[in-house]
Design a protein around this ligand. Structure first.
Ligand SMILES: *Cc1c(COP(=O)(O)O)cnc(C)c1O
Length: 379
């Protein structure tokens, strides 16, 4: 039997392994020089002023929101069609997520539906670049400017993606990345916040290190040992082992993204005229990072299609169960699925097909043929 094709996986080569081993032999396992080098890699790649790396994308979301200083009890508008971490981070900060419906083609927040969700408690919009496809950032920014809202970009899927020929990471007040193994590059676990605001970056560095301020305290008090806890932060620091893997992975990011684009183009070509499904859409001012490739199955046979693919050894997935479907959210918020017709329709029909850098041409063919064959057998 041929091996099951996973829906996503990391690509690690000898240079990644060497990079980590060198750190193990060095003096610094954490808060060492590799963390600075990793942050430089992020800054150089994106072209942003500051990057603060942490131990996960979720931690990055948490302190990114915290760094904006929004008073507890206020609201942030966000998408329900995401991984739970996006809105959990809003809750960590004692703020309320207000969900707004998505557009079908990209599964991103629909800018036309945001304004009706705005109240006098709304302080920010947290948008997710689903599958690595940037949101309609211009439209979202116009709304944010008009109402004086912060912009938080969950770009955990979208490292390397571009909007109007500029890298994601340069648009929102804070942009969040994840380096989990299925994401564009990996550090095992890891995350980062990119920002063009030095003051926010300073706060992020304090928040990831318990809330401790060293530099300005030592300068002011002319000591080399003092430090001061100025707010309640966390230990969200990333290790040098992880940072070293990140530095090495960054060198291959462009190659990763171009292969992902190649695979998505093959899928689009081969599946575009199959009338039992809809392929994803890329807008003309966007370059997608193709974190995942998702199709919509026409009709009501998605679950059957899913099982058939799995039975034939093709690892599929569902991204995502709408956040408001989860027990915890249901217990805290009174949300009617009727308010999210597009999210519900997409959720009921969506399937993620395998897409990762090391996929062989043969595996791509297998995914395409198995998809076509399964759809035929459905009818
Ligand atoms: C992966 C992911 C996160 C969380 O990142 P971790 O590094 O796993 O904590 C948050 N938001 C989205 C959209 C993600 O895909």
């Amino acid at each position: 039997m041929t091996k099951r094709i996973p829906y996503g996986r990391q690509s690690i080569d000898q240079s990644d392994i060497d990079s980590v081993i060198n750190v193990l032999k060095s003096d610094w396992l954490t808060t060492g020089p590799m963390v600075d080098r990793f942050e430089s890699s992020i800054k150089n790649y994106i072209g942003c002023r500051e990057a603060v790396s942490v131990n996960s994308g979720t931690s990055a979301l948490d302190i990114a929101i915290k760094s904006l200083g929004i008073k507890e009890g206020n609201q942030i508008i966000t998408t329900p069609f995401t991984f739970v971490a996006s809105s959990n981070a809003i809750l960590y900060n004692n703020l309320t997520p207000v969900f707004s419906d998505i557009e079908k083609e990209t599964r991103n927040l629909d800018p036309l539906k945001i304004e009706e969700k705005i109240t006098d408690k709304t302080k920010a919009i947290l948008y997710v670049d689903y599958a690595g496809h940037p949101c309609n950032i211009k439209e979202i920014k116009e709304i944010a400017d008009q109402y004086g809202l912060y912009l938080i970009e969950d770009a955990c899927h979208a490292l390397g993606a571009e909007y109007q020929n500029k890298k994601v990471g340069n648009f929102a007040d804070v942009t969040i990345f994840s380096f989990h193994p299925v994401k564009p590059i990996t550090t095992g676990e890891g995350g980062a916040v990119a920002t063009n605001n030095d003051e926010i970056a300073g706060k992020l560095r304090i928040l990831r290190d318990h809330g401790i301020d060293r530099d300005s305290y030592r300068n002011k008090n002319k000591t080399s040992w003092g430090y001061d806890l100025i707010e309640l932060g966390r230990n969200y620091r990333i290790t040098d082992l992880q940072a070293a893997l990140g530095v090495s992975q960054f060198k291959k990011l462009d190659e990763f993204i171009s292969r992902r684009n190649e695979i998505a183009a093959i899928y689009n070509d081969e599946l575009g005229d199959v009338d039992q499904l809809e392929i994803p859409h890329v807008k003309k001012d966007c370059k997608s990072g193709w974190h995942i490739y998702t199709i919509l199955i026409n009709g009501k046979n998605r679950n059957k299609f899913y099982s058939m693919m799995e039975e034939q050894g093709v690892g599929v997935n569902i991204h995502y169960i709408p956040v408001y479907h989860h027990t915890y959210y249901k217990s805290r918020f009174n949300i009617s699925t009727k308010d999210f017709p597009v999210t519900e329709d997409v959720f009921n029909r969506i399937v993620t097909l395998p897409l990762f850098y090391n996929m062989s041409d043969e595996q791509i063919d297998t995914v395409i043929n198995t998809t076509k064959k399964s759809l035929k057998m459905l009818n």
